[in-house]
Design a protein around this ligand. Structure first.
Ligand code: SF4
Length: 385
């Protein structure tokens, strides 16, 4: 970016003042937002000033064309329902959202005309955002808009796009529409567009901050962020959920919820034995949370095992009862139950152990074992009931 404004200079202050009026944001809030974006993306010191400059003095709002294909619109919903006061304003004020079927006032031919006009006016410069998988079977006839298949629309829009972002699990790796038997041949964007990089922001729904940070990176540096082998920005998807989970201490200590609603579950123990896929899923959910409603606002925080929605081959593919492939420390299978009721839950094994420690003969051990299950009067529990 040319002519960088110096933080603290009069021009920099003026541009922030202008933004204050435009977005209805206080200077402090806006600068805090820029610093948070820089920290989220792992950018070096000083990057927040570049971000502030790029957002407050854009040469031209970048044109964004947002396509919807096989999906539930959850990605758009997630973006709009974020409670952070700046998200909606930044998206609507900083970029030029020239085509978005769900948010458009226009319909039918008018909407299609707007797409063509935006593509022509911003040839080679617009950002293409794709939400949803693309059916490719039978020539792609299972999803059509304005008489054209999703397949053709995607190819047409991708040809002159400056950058492509696949938002959500469906666009990133096929998501739910691609689960077997996948009768429509639902496919991700990067299986169809091979001649340019596609940044994927998987999640069902994806976290709006991961999308916003990617857009801000593009606005600030004129390039998309560094990505992993799956096309996911490293700043958001380079760490396992398991590494940052607030229940991790329970995992390491062997304290697991064994059933939904049991005492371990109520006490906030680790959800691994309930099928949590955090140990094999890369995402920053535990760090950045959802919906700006405070701590615990993510699936594991609310007591549900991680579903693995950001991970190809895990979310929608592996059943929830199947244990995760743990990529680091695997807990032993033989941890004792952590919520055994005191005094009534002794097992044959533990009773035998107590007997052995007390130095009793094997016969005495059998006697202890034989007494298990009898009530205080000495009769068999079952027969007394
Ligand atoms: S298994 Fe799931 S709940 Fe347990 S520590 Fe890992 S991510 Fe958290």
């Amino acid at each position: 970016m040319s002519g960088r404004l110096k933080r603290g200079s009069d021009m920099f202050r003026d541009s922030i003042d202008a933004l204050e009026a435009k977005l209805g944001l206080e200077r402090r809030t806006f600068l805090k937002f820029c610093a948070a974006m820089a920290a989220t993306m792992g950018l070096p010191k000083g990057a927040e000033a570049q971000i502030a400059q790029a957002i407050s003095t854009p040469a031209k709002r970048p044109s964004v064309i947002w396509l919807h294909f096989q999906e539930c619109t959850g990605c758009t919903e997630s973006l709009l329902r974020a409670e952070h006061p700046t998200i909606e304003k930044l998206i609507l004020e900083i970029i030029s959202l020239d085509y978005h079927e769900s948010l458009f006032a226009a319909a039918g031919h008018q909407a299609e005309a707007a797409r063509y006009a935006a593509m022509a006016a911003n040839k080679g410069k617009y950002v293409l955002v794709v939400e949803g998988a693309i059916p490719v079977k039978d020539g792609g006839i299972y999803c059509k808009i304005g008489g054209k298949t999703a397949l053709d629309i995607l190819k047409e829009c991708a040809a002159d796009a400056a950058a492509i972002i696949a938002i959500g699990s469906c666009a990133s790796w096929g998501g739910m529409p691609s689960t077997p038997p996948n009768p429509t041949g639902a496919s991700p964007v990067n299986a169809i567009i091979k001649d340019k990089p596609v940044v994927t922001i998987p999640g069902c729904p994806p976290n709006p901050y991961n999308f916003l940070s990617t857009v801000v990176h593009y606005l600030t540096f004129g390039s998309l962020p560094k990505i992993d082998a799956e096309g996911r920005p490293l700043f958001a998807y380079s760490r396992l959920i398991h590494e940052n989970c607030e229940r991790r201490a329970h995992y390491d200590a062997g304290r697991f919820a064994m059933e939904f609603g049991d005492e371990g579950h109520r006490k906030g123990y680790c959800l691994y034995k309930l099928g949590c896929k955090g140990p094999e899923t890369y995402a920053n959910c535990p760090s950045i949370l959802f919906g700006d409603v405070g701590s615990g606002s993510w699936p594991v925080g609310t007591g549900h095992p991680c579903f693995g929605c950001t991970e190809k081959g895990v979310g929608f593919y592996k059943p929830i009862h199947q244990l995760a492939d743990v990529k680091n420390v695997v807990p032993p299978a033989s941890y004792p139950r952590v919520v055994e009721e005191q005094g009534v839950g002794a097992t044959l094994g533990s009773a035998a152990l107590v007997a052995a420690v007390a130095g009793l003969a094997a016969g005495a051990g059998y006697k202890v074992a034989g007494n298990l299950g009898k009530n205080s009067s000495g009769s068999d529990k079952d027969s007394a009931e």
